[in-house]
Design a protein around this ligand. Structure first.
Ligand code: HEC
Ligand code: HEC
Ligand code: HEC
Ligand code: HEC
Ligand code: HEC
Length: 337
């Protein structure tokens, strides 16, 4: 009789211990889901610093390394501008050396990172989640180093880009708002269409086969090819009138940034090549005349048969860039019939 009571009590306390333990395990699990896997998360930062990402993803690394994302902190133009801002840690640095945005929230204002600031917008900023996994488009191979998590946002990443290129409170750096109102957005294109072109290459050293990915170069204002694609120039003659038309082909306001100026020089020459008229138009945020996507600007001249019209478009990176370094975006010359 006594023995069964003892046995019962033993079983009861065992049950209590077990249920206590499972509640504990449940709470711990819950906490780790909220906090993420801190060990794995930190390991990815060490891996980035120790060159692990570079050794398994050499092709993508080489592309990123030369991009403005890799320079976002060390860029001299940035540092020079940020130096003049009293509370730069709050108003500038958060986007130029951010914490991973999957952790601080897609679309939310990024937060300043306290480590590895010199690596600017690094791989981790766009791909690392709180569990230490890499989120991306569909991965085909496995790796023990990090988990791969498929997230559809990477296939059409405008929302991802908008975290830094489309904060309403930072209109100086907003390419997204004008894009969203454009034909490109209606045609289901994204920022990646023009800035991360499709490429066949190995995604990691774990595979020998090239697969489709997207270039991590983000060519923009420093790319002559990108600038040449930004506009079209046309000269048409009707009767005694010449119409010069210049159209924005970029997916957003042109120029895309607020530091840039496009200089349009128009020259009207008579048949003996003496200059008849000369006109210079500056297009910039400062002049409040940036072009919306697909927007056209036209200039009309009165001409006679045999007159020549010449249009030259040049791109000035900042107000300090000397004229000898302005990039020729396009030029056209036509003789009136
Ligand atoms: C919301 C994120 C964000 C914040 C905040 C931010 N930037 Fe930027 N910055 C960007 C992005 C995105 C670009 C690239 C696109 C562009 O130029 O619009 C950029 C580019 C720049 C450039 C151009 C660098 C070059 O070489 O082409 C300068 C200069 C700059 N930022 C200075 C600043 C300063 C100064 C502040 C603080 C007053 C600041 N930024 C705050 C996101 C941000
Ligand atoms: C031991 C090799 C190895 C290392 C080290 C490594 N990766 Fe990977 N990673 C891979 C493999 C394999 C894949 C899958 C690629 C494929 O599908 O072919 C991958 C995929 C990815 C993806 C795509 C994930 C997806 O779901 O689409 C990202 C992003 C990524 N890695 C980033 C990184 C970053 C950042 C680092 C450094 C912190 C890193 N990787 C280090 C092997 C590695
Ligand atoms: C500014 C954000 C950004 C940064 C920085 C970035 N990536 Fe990506 N990455 C993307 C996007 C967007 C895609 C989706 C492209 C696609 O649809 O194929 C992608 C795709 C990938 C893939 C899948 C293969 C491919 O080409 O699509 C791998 C692997 C990868 N990234 C690794 C890296 C590594 C390694 C770094 C650093 C050297 C890095 N990424 C830096 C945004 C970024
Ligand atoms: C975490 C913030 C962040 C995210 C996310 C981000 N960018 Fe950027 N991006 C920047 C900053 C900051 C710069 C400016 C670097 C500099 O010039 O100092 C920049 C520069 C660029 C440039 C080059 C600008 C130039 O002057 O030529 C392009 C193009 C670009 N980003 C496109 C993209 C696209 C496309 C995406 C989405 C796939 C994206 N970015 C996502 C912060 C970000
Ligand atoms: C139809 C092609 C196209 C699409 C779509 C597009 N861009 Fe651009 N982008 C360009 C061209 C061309 C330039 C170079 C001319 C210029 O400076 O605006 C450029 C320039 C830029 C620059 C450099 C601006 C500067 O002054 O330094 C940034 C940053 C940028 N784009 C970001 C984005 C983002 C973010 C998206 C998505 C909302 C996007 N782009 C969509 C074609 C495109």
């Amino acid at each position: 009789m006594r023995k069964t009571v003892i046995l019962r009590r033993c079983l009861l306390s065992l049950c209590l211990i077990l249920s206590g333990l499972s509640i504990f395990v449940f709470i711990m699990n819950f906490a780790s889901n909220v906090e993420g896997d801190e060990g794995k998360y930190k390991e990815m930062f060490r891996g980035f610093e120790d060159g692990k990402c570079k050794s398994c993803h050499p092709a993508i690394w080489r592309e990123w390394e030369k991009s403005m994302h890799a320079q976002a902190w060390i860029d001299e133009i940035y540092q020079e501008a940020a130096k003049q801002v009293a509370n730069r840690e709050k108003s500038c640095d958060p986007c130029h050396a951010p914490e991973p945005i999957l952790v601080t929230g897609i679309g939310k204002m990024p937060k300043l990172r306290s480590v590895q600031q010199e690596s600017g917008v690094s791989c981790l900023v766009c791909h690392l989640d709180k569990d230490g996994a890499m989120q991306g488009p569909l991965a085909s191979a496995e790796t023990n180093f990090h988990a791969n998590v498929t997230n559809p946002i990477y296939q059409s990443p405008t929302k991802l880009c908008a975290t830094c290129h489309g904060q309403i409170s930072v209109p100086e750096h907003d390419q997204v708002s004008s894009f969203l109102k454009s034909r490109f957005a209606a045609e289901k294109k994204s920022c990646a269409t023009c800035h991360m072109p499709v490429v066949n290459r190995i995604q990691s050293t774990a595979s020998y086969e090239s697969t489709k990915g997207r270039k991590h170069t983000w060519r923009g204002s420093r790319s002559v090819a990108q600038l040449k694609d930004a506009t079209t120039l046309k000269i048409e003659f009707t009767g005694k009138k010449a119409t010069v038309t210049f159209q924005n082909k970029a997916g957003h306001l042109l120029p895309g940034g607020t530091l840039r100026t496009i200089v349009l020089d128009l020259t009207h020459l008579t048949p003996d090549r003496t200059q008849h008229e000369k006109k210079q138009v500056l297009i910039s945020e400062k002049a409040k005349n940036r072009l919306k996507p697909d927007e056209k600007r036209t200039f009309i001249f009165n001409v006679n048969s045999g007159d020549t019209l010449k249009a030259v478009l040049r791109y000035q990176l900042t107000s300090k860039t000397p004229e000898s370094e302005w990039v020729r975006m396009g030029e056209l010359s036509k003789v009136a019939p």
